[in-house]
Design a protein around this ligand. Sequence first.
Ligand SMILES: [Zn+2]
Length: 486
Amino acid sequence: MANKKLLITTPIYYINAEPTIGSSYTTISVDVLARWNRLTGRDVFFLTGLDENSSKTVESAKERKYSSIQKYADDMAKEWIGTWKILNISYDNFIRTTSKKHKDFAQKYFNKAYKDGDIYFGDYEGLYCYGCEDFKREIDLKDGSCPYHKKKPTKVKEKNYFFRLSKYQKEVLKLINSKNFVLPSFRRKEIINFIEQGLTDISVSRPNLKWGIDVPFDKTQKIWTWYDALYNYYSGVDKKYWKGEVVHVVGKDIQKFHSVIWPAMLLSAKEDLPTTVFSHGFFTINGQKISKSLGNNIEVGKLCEKYSVDALRYFLMREIPFGQDGDFSEEGLKSRLNNELANELGNLVSRVLSIAGKKLKGNVSKQTIDKRLSSKLNIKNISKLMENYELHNALGEIMKFVGECNKYVNDQKVWEKSEKELEKDLYNLLEGIRIISILFYSFIPETSEKINKQLNVKEGKIKDCKFGIVNKYKIKKGELLFKKVN
Ligand SMILES: [Zn+2]
């Protein structure tokens, strides 16, 4: 898979609120994967954006006293783009589902499915959760309520267009059972159970809505927001990327839409299928569920101001095992910033560059490679962990190598040595730091750029993660990489 193109996506987010720590987490994780794969030399396309056609948009615009829903959507888009800029998100396209291009796509595919007989008109009577924007069956509920929104769904009786999901049950099941389609693989069982209860045809339009994309041949109906939203993965990207590896990263609550409904839509349209739907877990804040009523959501911008963007990126990726549930606490963030980033990484760079500056005026030439240090670096293992989406473990391994470099400084008692003796140690340490900077780039890009500037080297690729590449260092020590927070 190494040279294949990669399309990697976040879900498109609802705009009923500003970006939260949860959506930031999803987006940072995709950013890390996109950056890493670019560093391996792959042609990567990273897509993110907003689902603006939901009725949540209408409600929120009203709550905030907007007279124009589109103006509200435009203002929210600015908010989201602004937050991703702060968080250093390297997306290639930011798709908005109110764009003409997207609307045309959604209508084109709706039309096609209708002509092919996969969409038909009928009566719907059942339940709808506006939080999920989803039709619910009794078996989907817990004590009569939506398990995600803890609210009783609304009873609706309406005429809808239906999509023949049932027709694709066998093919979708086969896909789910194929290797790497549903990741982490422990989520597969849940999806299989859902399918084996029997897939029923689903409503893909809603009548009497003022906002959304028109059903192309029936102006009294709007396309169901999920049906249109999923097509962002086609409308937002050059189709050539669908010929390579396609990875959707989603929250576990929307796994079903991506691994069941979306592939069925694509099978119907005879289009290419995604390679992987990876779902991450949820996290609590200080052990409590994040909720509006508890008011415990944290402002991402404020966290970045207080602790730095890279500290937040590092913490989220290191603390919460990717794919599983976890917990967020400011204490934890502070502790990882102070003890790992500042004390380990920051200190290593500062110590080594100080000695090189003082004793060798910053000039360090190529020396023999010291196996005692270079053998501690296991790039293959780190790459494997990244390929397996074990981002937290990859970070752990990189940090372990930082620890080895610090240990080397201590073991060699570098600061006690004469100029002549210490050049070999310093060269090896500088090579170690240069490699660390490459490995950390996907996670904490700003820090890597600072390190590269101090080392006076260009941004490297994964293939440059070996000792003995630089012939001569001419370093320029700069400010400390991290400020501790008490
Ligand atoms: Zn719900």
